[in-house]
Design a protein around this ligand. Structure first.
Ligand SMILES: C[S@@+](CC[C@H](N)C(=O)[O-])C[C@H]1O[C@@H](n2cnc3c(N)ncnc32)[C@H](O)[C@@H]1O
Length: 280
């Protein structure tokens, strides 16, 4: 019979409590350190320090949530992306390091010495739009999402980071951008197939940010079909996709009239982003 874990009363007991619940040491240290507002080094030097009852209860509650599989980013309410500290809630996907591949590609294409127009479709926490805006202060960036709650998170991140040049628009893909053209459109849309065996591991994240039809390509298809009418001649469309979708996305881009279609790889060596140039 499982015995209930009692709330810890010292720093060392708090760490042990988390390990006993099945957490990895780093997660245990982040939770205890996060509640106490202390670094990992401090925890090591103060392992016999007593915890207040309130801190002990908070740690026990967070350990239970982490042990049930909830991502650390939702427990802390923030996630680092491209050097920015972003607020995240269960209304938004937790930004992934692999998405920095898309940002780096965008930055390679965007001038730093003159204005340009960029759209980020499916902005979620605002990760891509805000990373680009932080690196290209002259860029006029518009971030779109169909989820009002996600847009509220993205907007609060823009304000917290002082990136006021980012605008936000609610709606589906390019629908809220009628009549507008951009030098660059970027998107990390949902691209997981419905029924994919990895979905249960992602159950804490919004399903609307993850799945896209039976083959995972339905949103990518829509974006490619709509994007040409919103890109200046010689502008670009860059898309993040699943590790096994590069060829399918490249074909969609060629069929839609994009040229110079190529793929970039993520930090793990997987084909992660495919993009092309709009002939205009
Ligand atoms: C994979 S998440 C990417 C979030 C963020 N760009 C990132 O990279 O962390 C996909 C996002 O697309 C949004 N989305 C889903 N369907 C959409 C649609 N039809 N139009 C606009 N945004 C949509 C979701 O709400 C979600 O925020």
């Amino acid at each position: 019979m499982a015995t209930a874990l009692r709330a810890p009363s010292t720093v060392a007991q708090a760490l042990q409590h988390a390990l006993t619940a099945g957490l990895e040491r780093l997660d245990a240290q982040r939770i205890v350190g996060g509640v106490l507002g202390r670094s990992r080094t401090w925890l090591l030097a103060h392992d016999t320090d007593a915890l207040s009852e309130a801190d002990a209860q908070r740690i026990a509650a967070l350990v239970a949530r982490r042990a049930a599989g909830e991502p650390l980013a939702y427990l802390h309410g923030d996630q680092e992306f491209f050097g920015l500290n972003l607020r995240v809630t269960p209304d938004v996907l937790i930004p992934r390091p692999d998405t920095e591949t898309l940002v780096n590609w965008a930055l390679d294409l965007l001038p730093s010495d003159r204005p340009c127009r960029v759209a980020d479709l499916g902005t979620g926490s605002g990760a891509i739009a805000l990373a680009i805006a932080s690196q290209r202060p002259l860029a006029d960036v518009t971030a779109v999402d169909v989820s009002d709650t996600a847009l509220a998170v993205a907007h609060s991140n823009a304000q917290a980071l002082g990136l006021a040049q980012v605008r936000f628009a609610a709606g589906s893909w390019l629908a809220p951008l009628t009549g507008q053209r951009f030098d660059l459109i970027v998107s990390n849309p949902p691209y997981i197939a419905e029924g994919d065996p990895h979905l249960p591991a992602l159950r804490f994240e919004p399903i609307t940010a993850l799945t896209a039809g039976r083959d995972g390509l339905s949103d990518l298809r829509q974006i490619v079909a709509q994007a040409g009418g919103h890109i200046h001649g010689n502008g670009h469309l860059l898309l993040e996709h699943g590790y096994d979708q590069a060829e399918a996305v490249a074909q969609l881009l060629r069929d839609a009239g994009f040229t110079d279609v190529s793929t970039r790889f993520d930090f793990g060596g997987q084909p992660r982003c495919t993009g092309g140039r709009w002939r205009g």
